[in-house]
Design a protein around this ligand. Structure first.
Ligand SMILES: NC(=O)c1ccc[n+]([C@@H]2O[C@H](COP(=O)([O-])OP(=O)(O)OC[C@H]3O[C@@H](n4cnc5c(N)ncnc54)[C@H](O)[C@@H]3O)[C@@H](O)[C@H]2O)c1
Length: 280
């Protein structure tokens, strides 16, 4: 089977959503360092403008909500108008519950907004970018999470979204196979960015995380480390980027690991009492 050649990032145009956040900002910086032009997409202009100023003329800030298809099409048009093409899309914007809780106790609006941003936002981003990316024989990378294969107890809307994004990315990869355009999925473990603050503030949540992700699995890595893996992964057109790598064997053995981890939640009295606290 013929593989698509590696994608040299120098001179390429990369659209990054969630660009004002931890992983998005670090990746935009790393991409500019690799010689790319970056289109920075996030909800609000001021942080994007500040980031673009610090990155120089190879960065274009565009405010857009990833749930808004029209705004995304406008962002793609702005990228092409400024740089002449769009080669890579990093559909990375995401939100998580402000405070983990059970399905029963989840605020309806928050639950549904997470799915809207984390699932429909990725679909709308990729749909807006694909015509240009297929023209360029480029690459699409979507941000999932180790939550795609991890029991989502007390984080259901997030876990179900990330499992959906894994499925979306794999489907896209299959549909693009043999065309010269490629797609991959990013699976970060815990990364030290604002999105995990709500997950770490509540002592009950912290304890639950310690029980569910013991030892090094619970230790956050830096956004810069993920950005380095993303840049390498895009260049190699990797179908899977798992960062940190300690999660790779867990992903590979997920059939068995899933059965075991579900059974742990079924049996662990300390976990169940923490879940009851979050449910209250
Ligand atoms: N930090 C982690 O531990 C971790 C782990 C696995 C996966 N992820 C995923 O990585 C991605 C980036 O997260 P992060 O860790 O950098 O968090 P972050 O909160 O620092 O960044 C997320 C960014 O997305 C933006 N965003 C949110 N809703 C948006 C919308 N509707 N339209 C446009 N932009 C929007 C936010 O403004 C923010 O800048 C997310 O998809 C997240 O789910 C993070």
């Amino acid at each position: 089977m013929k593989r698509s050649p590696a994608l040299t990032l120098a001179g390429r145009v990369v659209l990054v959503t969630g660009a004002a956040g931890g992983i998005g900002t670090a990746t935009a910086r790393a991409l500019v360092g690799a010689g790319s032009h970056v289109v920075l997409v996030d909800l609000h202009r001021p942080p994007l403008d500040a980031l673009a100023r610090s990155l120089g003329p190879r960065a274009l800030p565009v405010a857009a909500d990833v749930t808004d298809s029209e705004a995304l099409h406008a962002a793609v048009a702005a990228a092409v108008a400024r740089y002449g093409s769009l080669d890579v899309c990093f559909a990375n914007a995401g939100v998580a519950p402000a405070r983990p809780t059970t399905i029963r106790a989840s605020p309806v609006r928050e639950f549904e907004r997470i799915i809207e941003v984390d699932v429909l936002g990725v679909w709308r981003t990729v749909r807006a970018c694909l015509p240009e990316i297929t023209k360029a024989g480029g690459h699409v990378l979507v941000t999932s999470s180790v939550y795609a294969f991890f029991n989502g107890t007390t984080n259901a809307p997030y876990a179900m979204s990330k499992a959906a994004i894994e499925s979306f990315g794999r489907s896209l990869r299959g549909e693009l196979a043999g065309t010269g355009t490629t797609a991959g999925v990013l699976y970060p473990g815990w990364v030290d960015t604002p999105i995990i603050k709500g997950q770490q503030e509540d002592p009950a949540v912290r304890q639950l995380i310690r029980l569910a992700t013991p030892g090094p699995f619970g230790a956050p890595v830096t956004a810069e480390r993920v950005a380095g893996a993303v840049v390498k992964g895009i260049e190699a057109r990797s179908t899977r980027i798992i960062c940190p790598r300690r999660w790779a064997p867990v992903s590979a053995a997920r059939g068995v690991v899933n059965m075991l981890s579900d059974a742990v939640v079924d049996r662990s009295r300390p976990m169940q009492s923490l879940i009851r606290r979050l449910d209250a």
